[in-house]
Write a protein that binds this ligand. Sequence first.
Ligand SMILES: [Zn+2]
Length: 410
Amino acid sequence: MSEATQPGRLHELEELVLAQIDQDEVVAFHQSIVRVPTVNRPGDVREASAIVDRTLRDAGFRTESVGDLEEMPNVVATLGNTSGPTLCFNSHLDVVPIGERSAWSQDPWGAEIVDGRIYGRGAGDAKASVAAQVMAGVALARSGVPLKGNLVVNEVADEEVGGVHGADFVVREKHIVPDWVIIGEQTLNRVAVGEKGSASTEVIVHGRTAHGALPWEGANAIEAMAEVIVALRRELWPELETRTHEFFHHSSASINLMEGGVKANVVPDRASFYIDRRIVPGEDPAQCIAEVDRIAQAAVANLPGIRVEVRSAYPGRASQPVPVDDPLVQAMIGANVRLGLSTEPTGFSMGTDGRFFVDAGYPTIIYGPGDPKTAHIPDEWVGIDEILEATRAYAIAAVRLIGDHGEQEG
Ligand SMILES: [Zn+2]
């Protein structure tokens, strides 16, 4: 930055975009997509996707729908036609099932407004982010702010079931080659510099069957499994609490699935369990599995006829947050400064579609309206104020990163 007038110019461009954000329009758009049931599975998002596509096209975006399944189109909408950097907004249109209808006091597909909140399945996760991203894109297009880069608004299918037909497809097939990515998930409009990594682990205990009346003839895999679980809880879990990172909850593990046994009167020769292991930056997935292995082997060492096997349940992933001084993080923090929102970076505990972008090497952060604690439960809701703040924040970040305001970077 060389001229004193430039911050003023940036401010001016931001004002132009903010002036194009209309509360009633944002709310109506959000309600229109919440009212379309996009439950995954089956994950048919065609109707909601068409609303997103049409809204962006009408505002001046070039839009296309890509995908490898007819019912799972992924909108790729582009504004700008420059050789400059590309900012990508990504979020998802599919939602989880509603569960028991009787547990809801509001219509899950009604998008009803009560006390400033909009209720519905997906109201927060993630249609609040979709609405804010789309409306920020529309505002940028209408404002006529000159661009030195491009904005791609990418609203996908299939996030809740793994993303193979959604973000994974879009990134894998290079339908988007972004310089920066902002994933819309519920961060309470805080700037999450990345998500935790994972090292999902499967532990299989092998023993020997015998008649249940003659247990000394066998080697009981379930009882041996209990020894392994207790050892992990005593030796590893407390250690994980000491593995901390300034932006993330500490490293964690939870045994969420188990299996075992043959029949009520047979000594079991096999038992297994699954560790949901979430890791912080600095932890290595392979080492995390090796440390479980060491403890498990020691726990069964004195049990005759028992053998334990420890392996990776899914490919592990290290946590790789974007450095705070990266222009992407700075643009988003700058937006929150401008709006009087939280400026302290944070980390995201859940997995997101961001992993596909991170794996492809694109700097990726997570930012969006809503509280993750209200996701996937009855009476899911999001505050109208939060959606509007996010719309403004995305718009400001876009101006800072790809607006032509005479600076090298936002
Ligand atoms: Zn989500």
